[in-house]
Write a protein that binds this ligand. Structure first.
Ligand code: SAH
Ligand code: SF4
Ligand code: F3S
Length: 446
């Protein structure tokens, strides 16, 4: 079959399939390609170069990559230049190269700053794989940030040393690193100069971030947030994802004392049974988790809580699953993510005995999601009647309608004379499972 990709690609498209950090990486790859003079392909048009920025966290994500590669094939049998990036690239790079001849580049999450050289090689007909975890950090090699919407991601910490027994992230992202303080302040200021009003600090264990400021003081994530809060035009700060064991007293206290830090905490627990937590290697008990949430609520009584859950971890009994439901009832989450356990190659849990049948997992997931949906609707309903600030993110579907987020990360829609990036005061008037309706009160002075 002919491979009629152009010698040097003129247009690109980056498709990101994973977590927020994966989206951040996708944006950074787009910036790198733009620096080479390659432009984004217009909506609905073929791109000369397609980057599939993949996620390996659960099974179907990897299968999706192969079907996407197939779907990129054009009617005449040719394909664009295809790069597979992200965590599937890291874990299964060799296999992808062997199985999918249309893929010309495989690049891991710690090597994507080398993408321009790989594109050049590909345009000369050479296929390359780069899944190194180089000692030099990719961040130093990436271009300065010049574009940002009203909300922006900023990776501050990357990698994981926790080795939960079900999880691929320590293998695909490598060891925990914290980006230097000065680089982060600089990147945050650039994002704000480019129009960001809200920055979400990202890390696989974001609250494990540590660094040294210009005065030589050692800071934790709370110290970094405190300094970022000084940036005048930055209105809001969020962070995700946190691990219970890195939830320091300082960070808990920050929720009570830093006005720009939004009242929202995503703190995954995964399961409500101490035996299951131990088998997962989560390294804390349920009681400690609940104590942390209690302390955070004391610091910031209106905080919205979020978490992640896995049902059907190997060996999970009905009684142990019932403990997860009890934990959910005890916490009253504003929103959560919940997943069926997916055995990942190379992880300890994949070879544990007593894997749970699919039908049992389906049934448990449904019961858990019913409870979580009930609580999410209750949280939204309880917001009706409150006034709050909303950061306007984009136009809504209806004429004159705008969409934004409440401090508690709820989607809010309303009409009025506002612009993207405004922070406005609204009265929350109606609630559904996934969004709230509101009436505009007044813009908030910057
Ligand atoms: N570092 C974060 C998030 C990691 S991945 C943390 O520790 O919380 C996001 C979520 O995917 C996890 O919290 C977990 O709920 C889910 N997950 C990870 N591996 C999984 C697997 N093998 N099967 C099902 N869900 C999984
Ligand atoms: Fe995965 Fe656990 Fe690390 Fe989170 S803390 S990335 S779940 S190994
Ligand atoms: Fe997926 Fe990798 Fe993120 S596996 S969840 S893209 S860290």
């Amino acid at each position: 079959m002919p491979d009629t990709a152009p010698a040097i690609p003129k247009t690109y498209r980056v498709k990101s399939f994973g977590c927020q950090m994966n989206v951040y990486d996708g944006d950074r790859m787009a910036e790198l390609l733009a620096e080479q003079g390659i432009t984004p392909a217009p909506e609905g048009e073929d791109a000369d170069l397609v980057v599939l920025n993949t996620c390996h966290i659960r099974e179907k994500a990897a299968e999706k990559v192969y079907s996407d590669i197939g779907r990129l094939r054009r009617e005449d049998g040719s394909s664009p230049l295809i790069a597979v990036a992200g965590c599937v690239a890291q874990a299964e790079g060799e296999e992808i190269m062997a199985r999918a001849p249309a893929v010309k580049m495989v690049v891991g999450p710690q090597a994507y700053h080398r993408l321009p050289a790989m594109v050049k090689a590909a345009s000369e007909g050479r296929r390359t794989t780069d899944t190194d975890m180089p000692a030099e950090t990719k961040f130093d090699a990436l271009p300065k940030r010049r574009r940002a919407g009203p909300t922006a991601f900023l990776t501050v910490q990357e990698g994981c040393d926790k080795f939960c027994t079900y999880c691929v992230v320590p293998y695909t992202r490598g060891a925990e690193i914290s980006r230097p303080h000065a680089d982060l302040i600089d990147e945050a200021k650039r994002l704000v100069d480019a129009g960001a009003r809200e920055i979400t600090l990202l890390g696989q264990n974001v609250n494990a971030w540590t660094g040294e400021n210009a005065r030589g003081q050692t800071l934790g994530l709370d110290g970094l947030i405190r300094e970022l809060a000084e940036i005048p035009d930055l209105a809001r700060i969020r962070y995700t994802t946190s691990h219970p064991n890195d939830m320091t007293p300082g960070l808990i206290e920050a929720h009570g004392s830093i006005a720009k830090l939004m009242p929202f905490l995503h703190l995954p627990v995964q399961a409500g049974s101490d035996r299951v937590l131990k088998a997962m290697n989560r390294a804390h008990h349920v009681e400690k988790y609940l104590r942390i949430l209690e302390e955070v609520r004391q610091a910031r009584p209106d905080i919205a809580l979020s978490g992640d859950f896995i049902v059907g971890f190997p060996g999970e009994t009905e009684a142990e699953f019932a403990e997860t439901l009890a934990l959910v009832d005890a916490v009253g989450y504003a929103q959560c993510f919940s997943f069926k356990y997916s055995p990942r190659p190379g992880t300890p849990a994949a070879t544990m005995g007593d894997q749970i049948p699919a039908a049992v997992m389906d049934e448990r997931l449904k019961r858990l999601q019913d409870a979580l949906n009930r609580d999410q609707l209750a949280f939204n309903t309880a917001s009706v009647g409150k006034t709050c600030e909303v950061l306007v993110e984009r136009k809504g579907k209806h004429p004159g309608q705008w969409l934004g987020k409440s401090p508690w990360l709820q989607s809010v829609h309303f009409t009025g004379d506002v612009a993207v990036g405004d922070v406005v005061r609204v009265a929350l008037t109606s609630a559904g499972p996934n969004s709230l309706g509101a009436a505009l009160i007044a813009p908030v002075a910057a």
